[in-house]
Write a protein that binds this ligand. Structure first.
Ligand SMILES: [Zn+2]
Length: 464
């Protein structure tokens, strides 16, 4: 992987090397464990840090015919690593191929490609390095030029690890929580009653009325705010919009609490009311709301029984949500209570739908108040990123884009920002060389540095 990897024109190379490469990272959405950061975890071997929670790699291994025992099963860490090494050469065209080698190069200074031939040597070298203190969780984050990151957290979390991290004066990276109340929204899921019980324990009173649920949620938003949280996140798959009276929602909540099965209409009314309430809570506190749409999860019941959620059995759904999303955003905008919002869809078909939706609700003097989220999950690859950026450029203001995030569970994933920056600089460089934009390098510097870091830094109102 040469220094001009993915940079096809002279302008692209200049943009990347002079402006993008050394910018800080603000990873405003990820799934790192705050506990692992607080405890400054060290990793016993490359399998633990690389393959431990990475369902992208697991899917690829399954697709390559590797038996489950080497993926989620009882085989040793070394045997699992060897099976990954066996899979990598087959991943031509897959971003995992590039990420793997960017990570080997960036963190372990290894230039060789991973294959059965090199696996033993790479296993030994990586594991030796992982024993050093520069490879602990905090060191890896600092080494990656990260200024801030936002984890993803349940409203019932006590955030004690975030508080611990904030008290470590030697660690100069902001690690903030994100408020993700999916379990409060999903009244139709099995986890609902248990979650309400946990929430009762946290707030210290019985939640036997909808108004008390809203009170409890509002208190948790306040608590998160005190700890520095300024971002919420909703994993909705699809969004509904069915308005109801207060009395109706109260009855639906009680019916749900009693464990009775709700009709689809009742579920939609409950979700609508709760999401409107939360949107207003975020707006009051000047938070940003993220909405992740379009996944179809846990498709294999057999594997769900065996391994649970987030283990590589999710895919892209084909929901139609333009009208409902518009009604939801409008219901908040109507009273000027629409918070800053980032819209993501897993289905790249929705790029144009979302990119035009943004324009309906921009304003108030804030650059890019409503954002099109970066290529997410299955779109976190060259074509997916280029399509997302082109949709935004065609229909909105790409220069105000808040850029990339890792969405990752691994401390080695920061090279995904490098990957993104190369692809972004390549795209912009091509436009310049085609004569579609002048060689105005002052402005190009502003645009590139903005998308890399500055826009996100300014957008969230979080001091880094
Ligand atoms: Zn995520």
């Amino acid at each position: 992987m040469c220094k001009d990897f993915l940079l096809e024109t002279e302008t692209s190379k200049k943009l990347y090397h002079e402006y993008a490469k050394d910018m800080f990272i603000f990873d405003y959405h990820c799934h790192l464990s705050a506990q692992e950061i607080a405890e400054n975890k060290s990793y016993k071997n490359i399998t633990e840090i690389w393959l431990g929670g990475d369902h992208y790699k697991w899917r690829a291994m399954r697709g390559n015919g590797i038996a489950e025992e080497f993926i989620s099963g009882n085989k040793s860490d070394k045997e699992k690593f060897m099976k990954w090494a066996e899979t990598v050469p087959y991943l031509i065209g897959n971003p995992l191929y590039h990420w793997t080698h960017l990570e080997l190069k960036e963190y372990f200074n290894i230039d060789e490609t991973l294959s059965p031939k090199t696996a033993e040597k790479i296993w030994v070298k990586c594991n030796e390095l992982l024993q050093q203190k520069e490879f602990s969780a905090k060191s890896l984050i600092e080494k990656s030029n990260v200024k801030g990151l936002c984890t993803t957290d349940d409203p019932i979390d006590d955030l004690k690890y975030h508080l611990e991290i904030a008290n470590d004066k030697e660690f100069n990276v902001k690690v903030l929580p994100t408020f993700r109340p999916d379990k409060a929204i999903n009244i139709d899921k099995e986890s609902f009653l248990e979650w309400i019980n946990s929430l009762e324990e946290v707030v210290g009173y019985k939640i036997d009325k909808y108004s008390l649920l809203l009170k409890a949620l509002s208190e948790r938003v306040d608590f998160f705010h005190e700890v520095g949280c300024r971002i919420s996140d909703h994993g909705l798959d699809t969004i509904y919009f069915k308005e109801a009276t207060k009395k109706e929602v109260e009855e639906i909540f009680l019916k749900g609490l009693s464990g009775q099965k709700l009709t689809q209409e009742e579920v939609e009314k409950y979700m609508t009311a709760t999401l409107i309430f939360l949107g207003k809570e975020y707006s009051k506190r000047k938070w940003t709301m993220q909405i992740h749409l379009g996944a179809i999860r846990n498709n294999s019941k057999r594997m769900f029984r065996q391994l649970g959620a987030d283990t590589g059995f999710d895919s892209i759904g084909d929901y139609n949500f333009a009208k409902e999303l518009s009604q939801y955003l409008d219901s908040l905008d109507d009273t000027d209570e629409l918070p800053q919002t980032i819209l993501y869809s897993l289905n790249p078909r929705d790029n144009y739908t979302l990119a035009t939706m943004l324009g309906n609700f921009q304003g108030g003097g804030k650059p890019g108040k409503i954002q099109l989220g970066s290529g997410w999950w299955f779109n976190d690859q060259r074509d997916g990123m280029v399509d997302q950026m082109k949709a935004l450029a065609n229909l909105g203001v790409l220069s105000r884009f808040i850029g990339m995030l890792t969405d990752s569970r691994s401390f080695l994933s920061y090279t995904r920002h490098e990957y993104f920056r190369r692809i972004m600089c390549n795209l912009i460089g091509q436009w310049v060389e085609n004569g579609e934009y002048p060689e105005d390098f002052d402005m190009l510097e502003t645009i590139v540095k903005g998308i890399c870091y500055e826009n996100a830094k300014d957008y969230f109102g979080i001091e880094l």
